[in-house]
Write a protein that binds this ligand. Structure first.
Ligand SMILES: [Zn+2]
Length: 61
């Protein structure tokens, strides 16, 4: 199995890991059920409710 020839320095490791951090998900309150849901997404549970109700067109927001 191939093995690295040289140990990576602390600074090289740090530079690589400078891109590793994750950003938290933006949450907002769903206007229909008042639960917290990710922004810019249709809330699946409310969409299902909406489809079941048979109301035409877009969701009411
Ligand atoms: Zn909802």
């Amino acid at each position: 199995m191939a093995v690295p020839k040289r140990r990576k320095s602390v600074s090289a490791k740090g530079k690589r890991r400078s891109h590793d951090s994750l950003t938290p998900i933006n949450l907002t309150i769903c206007p229909m059920c008042k639960q917290s849901v990710p922004t810019h997404r249709v809330h699946a549970e409310c969409l299902a409710e909406h489809m079941k109700s048979g109301a035409p067109g877009r969701m009411p927001f």
